[in-house]
Design a binder for this molecule. Structure first.
Ligand code: NAP
Length: 247
């Protein structure tokens, strides 16, 4: 029987673990796909294509041309456009689809979180005079709008390609993973008094929340976008079971 051609939509720690586990899996031929958002990404250890597909029709065409039998969507919970489109196109083409979606973070005793619907709400919660650390990534900085009167530190994985978009503050260029002690040191060094975070969930990037709790910092937590209909796999183990069932 021909091997299942599985497209792994990547861009997360879970995708990396799935690529490692599925790479040598008999009966499955996996190709990973990265959007190309990170320069010089660490290799995934499986065949990898990099860059957008070129829109919905081109994505559908790719699935047909490559005879993809299953799409495992391990994109980030905030990559909602890609997830909605993938779920819809797979349903139309009769390709198996499942989303690897880690549970959202929830506050625990000692946390001081304010929930935001969008980045634009940050200015309502964070008073002028604050020093703010944006751990939300490069692509959505333009959505914060006017943060004048606040000192803003925005963390990036790659060196910036444009001017700093806020009145006061600067870039913090650093590549994850960040441990609890790293995060505490960074927040103390920069005298941060507000942290802004996307509700990504999972363990690989939660040290910043533990650091905020340890330092008593308030957190502005951006809620997740609506996710597509379709099966949700909360763990890498569940995703592997799903892939093997289709292989
Ligand atoms: P998005 O808004 O949902 O998608 C925008 C476009 O990026 C898509 O239309 C598609 O372009 C392309 N794309 C997204 N994921 C892709 C993938 N895995 N392979 C090939 N093309 C992909 O996505 P985003 O929020 O910009 O995120 C881009 C990537 O960064 C995702 O893979 C995501 O996992 C990762 N990421 C995102 C965040 C975040 O906070 N959004 C955080 C960490 C990592 P075409 O229409 O040309 O096919």
């Amino acid at each position: 029987m021909a091997a299942l051609r599985l497209l792994l939509l990547a861009g997360t720690a879970e995708a990396r673990q799935l690529a490692a586990a599925l790479g040598g899996q008999p009966g499955i031929r996996v190709t990973a796909s990265l959007a190309g958002a990170t320069r010089m990404p660490e290799p995934l250890g499986v065949a990898t294509r990099i860059g957008g597909f070129g829109g919905r029709a081109a994505f559908a065409e790719y699935l047909c041309r490559e005879r993809v039998g299953a799409v495992l969507d391990a994109t980030h919970p905030f990559a909602a456009a890609m997830s909605h489109r993938s779920a819809q196109v797979c349903a139309e083409l009769g390709v198996a689809y499942a989303q690897v979606l880690r549970p959202a973070w929830r506050p625990h005793e000692g946390d001081c979180w304010e929930f935001l619907n969008t980045e634009a709400d940050a200015q309502k919660h964070i008073p002028p005079g604050s020093t703010v650390f944006l751990a939300t990534g490069r692509q959505t900085l333009g959505r914060f709008g006017d943060l004048s009167g606040r000192k803003v530190h925005a963390r990036l994985t790659d060196p910036p390609s444009g001017p700093f978009p806020f009145e006061d503050g600067g870039w913090v260029v650093d590549r994850p993973p960040f441990g609890l002690d790293d995060e505490i040191r960074t927040f103390q060094r920069l005298r941060v008094d507000w942290l802004v975070v996307k509700n990504s969930g999972g363990s690989s990037s939660r040290a910043k929340l533990d650091a905020a709790r340890a330092l008593g910092l308030p957190v502005a937590m951006i809620r997740r976008p609506l996710q597509p209909e379709g099966p949700k796999l909360e763990t890498v183990a569940a995703a592997l079971t799903w892939a093997r069932r289709h292989g």
